[in-house]
Design a protein around this ligand. Structure first.
Ligand SMILES: *Cc1c(COP(=O)(O)O)cnc(C)c1O
Length: 424
């Protein structure tokens, strides 16, 4: 029997988050959590890099390939209509997830990086001139730094950076000072992937909008952890990646205000994004299609919609509360370890803990933790300026998803104690 809702996006919608969250039941949905790593149970503490997938997502994608697959937007035959309905239904599901005003405000991209590059290219071409300024923060992912630097080199704009304090909080006075007549865009993360700072977005956006400056939010770390409401936030662009919200790789989301999207030129040229083509003149479709040249990630869109269903059924408030509990517990246990330093203690912080040990290099820690079945990230987390701000080349990062448990925090702590015994 088909588990997919065909062409009925409202049937996919809804946040049925009344029941208490049962982490053990949720864990049974993730086949990979049954794996042994070096003979030990897997403690997967790297969801900030990419989250694992529940069987609901895997099975939905399998079913599209088995039963509904064809290219979208072209065929007159039934299968193509089914796949088009699924693809456009997934778009509607994402719109509802973000509480966008219109489904047409959702553009599918390859990943979050491509979504930011799309804005940098199209917004840059339409709205930026030499001497204009784009403001970012010191704790951005490279994906929200490098596209603006490429634009700086191409258009002679300036990229201004808002500093953070020693705890990782954005320094709001410095932000206020950087906003100027030359500012054309603020591009800021919702949650810093390396140290977990949750940005005071309301205030950041209000201050920019008081000067009619649009704001792009990099929501990669927020979409899996908090209920995002783009209309309430008032942001102009919002991006996230499918794979970090328990969905597949190969698909990302750009939300943009409809009028703003339609004031931008196309991104890539090709099929599906045009109204008509001749050698003299080509006209383009409206948003979102003008930004989606070529065959899109059809099957991945369904996987993403299923992942959104999955987190919405549990309820993002319940997921957030669960992860907050893990963060508090892990912070308490790690703080008690001699010689361990945690980077980032922002007032509002998500379930990401970056740390170093006096006695061992992060990469050695990561390798030894892996032998104990504990998967963490070691390195600069695509945030070298953040590392530089805190005076370290790299950290170990443990990040928590909906399937993590206190027992896994204990496994992390035990493994860190093994590292200490080896190196001290
Ligand atoms: C992961 C991440 C990105 C990049 O996402 P991709 O899927 O690799 O494009 C950008 N910003 C933040 C904050 C991230 O965590």
């Amino acid at each position: 029997m088909s588990t997919l809702e065909l062409g009925n996006p409202t049937a996919l919608a809804g946040d049925n988050s009344t029941a208490a969250f049962d982490v053990e039941a949720a864990r049974r949905d993730f086949p990979i959590l049954e794996r042994k790593i070096h003979g030990r149970p897997l403690a997967f503490l790297d969801s900030a890099a990419s989250a694992q997938k529940p069987r609901q997502v895997i099975e939905a994608m399998d079913e599209v390939y088995r039963e509904h697959y064809a290219n979208v937007h072209r065929g007159v035959y039934l299968l193509s209509q089914e796949s088009t309905d699924l693809f456009e239904g997934a778009r509607a599901r994402v719109a509802k997830f973000l509480n966008a005003a219109k489904t047409e405000e959702i553009v599918f991209t390859r990943n979050a990086t491509e979504a930011i590059n799309l804005v940098a290219n199209c917004f840059g071409q339409a709205k930026l001139r030499a001497g204009d300024e784009v403001i970012i923060s010191h704790v951005e992912h490279h994906a929200n730094i490098v596209p603006w630097q490429l634009l700086r080199d191409r258009l002679s704009i300036q990229v201004k950076v808002v500093p953070v304090d020693d705890d990782g909080n954005l320094i709001m006075d410095a932000y206020a000072d950087l906003l100027s007549e030359r500012t054309r865009l603020v591009a800021i993360t919702h949650i810093a992937n390396s140290i977990g700072t949750v940005m005071p977005l309301r205030q950041i956006i209000d201050m920019a909008h008081a000067r009619e400056i649009p704001v792009l939010v990099d929501g990669c770390q927020a979409a899996p952890h908090l209920a995002v409401n783009v209309q309430e936030l008032g942001c102009d662009f919002y991006v996230f990646a499918g794979h970090k919200v328990y969905g597949p790789t190969g698909i990302g989301v750009l939300y943009g205000r409809y009028d703003l999207l339609n004031s931008l030129p196309p991104f890539l040229g090709g099929g599906d994004m045009i109204s008509s083509v001749s050698f003299e003149k080509t006209t383009f479709k409206k948003a979102p299609f003008r930004f989606e040249a070529g065959t899109p990630a059809i099957v991945e869109s369904v996987g993403l919609a299923k992942a959104i269903d999955y987190v919405s059924d549990i309820g993002l408030p319940a997921i957030h509360a669960h992860e907050d509990g893990l963060l508090a517990y892990a912070t308490e246990r790690l703080t008690a370890i001699d010689g361990l330093t945690i980077y980032g203690q922002a007032k509002d912080k998500a379930a990401v803990i970056s740390f170093t040990l006096e006695s061992a290099h992060p990469h050695d820690i990561g390798t030894i933790l892996d032998r104990a079945g504990v998967a963490v990230r070691a390195g600069h987390h695509c945030a070298q300026p953040t590392m530089e701000r805190f005076g370290v080349p790299a950290t170990v990062r443990a990040s928590f998803g909906l399937y993590n448990t206190r027992a896994e925090v204990d496994a992390l702590v035990d493994a860190i104690n093994q590292v200490k015994e080896l190196f001290e």
